[in-house]
Design a protein around this ligand. Sequence first.
Ligand SMILES: *Cc1c(COP(=O)(O)O)cnc(C)c1O
Length: 366
Amino acid sequence: MASTTSKSERNRGVIESYPEFLPVSASTPVVSLGEGNTPLIYCSQLSKRVGRGCEVFVKNEGVNPTGSFKDRGMTVAVSKALEYGAKALICASTGNTSASAAAYAARAGILCVVILPAGKIAIGKLVQAFAYGAKIIAIDGNFDDALRIVRDLGESGDFAIVNSVNPDRIAGQKTAAYEIIDEIGDAPDFHLLPVGNAGNIAAYWVGYQEYHAYKRSTKLPAMIGFQAAGAAPIFYNRIIEKPETVASAIRIGNPASWKQARGAIAKSRGAIDVVSDAEILAAQSWLAQHEGIFVEPASAASIAGLFKCCDSGEAAYSFQKIPEASRIVCTVTGHGLKDPDLTIQRMKELKPVSATTTDVRHAIGL
Ligand SMILES: *Cc1c(COP(=O)(O)O)cnc(C)c1O
């Protein structure tokens, strides 16, 4: 621990970075892959698109060890599970929780069981769960069914549940809010993020409140969550039996942290809104092509939501309510390579040309 180079800082992981804010003690066996401390990227094109002197930052959670923010919570949940003496982990997943749980279980040397909706998991995420050696069970049902089964099995005491119903997951995830404040010196005015099972919006709100209580920030952001239009139980205020969206990570009809999300939105004077699949995919391409940040579809919901706030008087948080020179942070939750199917469609247009400079120059078309 003698070195203070930025590299060793980067690799510390969230437990060693913020032990005083986490439910850990000297006797907690730390299981870490160097998660957290992700880039908070100032986005000039995005700021320009928003206008009015606003500054937009993207918190890129896709560069965590398994490619999503789930690693922040998983390091705490798995470390605590080991401390309690758990022999096996279990989770339901739309993909990223299983990828993360499988990796941290491998590192801890314990079994990980993942229950997945058959045929509904993005290819990159499924590849991860297999690679890390999880015991994978696919069910004929959706995520909400998988979580119900996991809760039943967890009650039997044989497994530690590492879904976001586990408070250690939320504790780990709140560290993203600390990092933002540590980096820009205060909380932003607005924080936008995708909402699925709603653990993350609840976690950020806890983190912002705690740092505010410790006087590390002077204000609290308005929390603005975005659900996919076909999977928007919180927005419509009812359980969605058959949630549908291309954004598989937020394809959830009955969120576990529904109440906490409602609380965060109300207390922060934020909002919950919906974005369509077309808006999500357009925002995903826009962010990759204008800022060089390639995220999975669910992650692009926060960017699609920002565009909606800017462009539409219909938005739950239309731009009239966003003062000039606001600081806005959008969390992008997972890496684009996890869910490449729709981008792969576009690659099919690629046809080889003959291997001559003339033909290649002609094909470039400039
Ligand atoms: C889990 C996940 C979400 C949804 O987060 P919740 O805490 O369930 O609201 C969004 N995007 C990605 C990439 C995820 O993995």
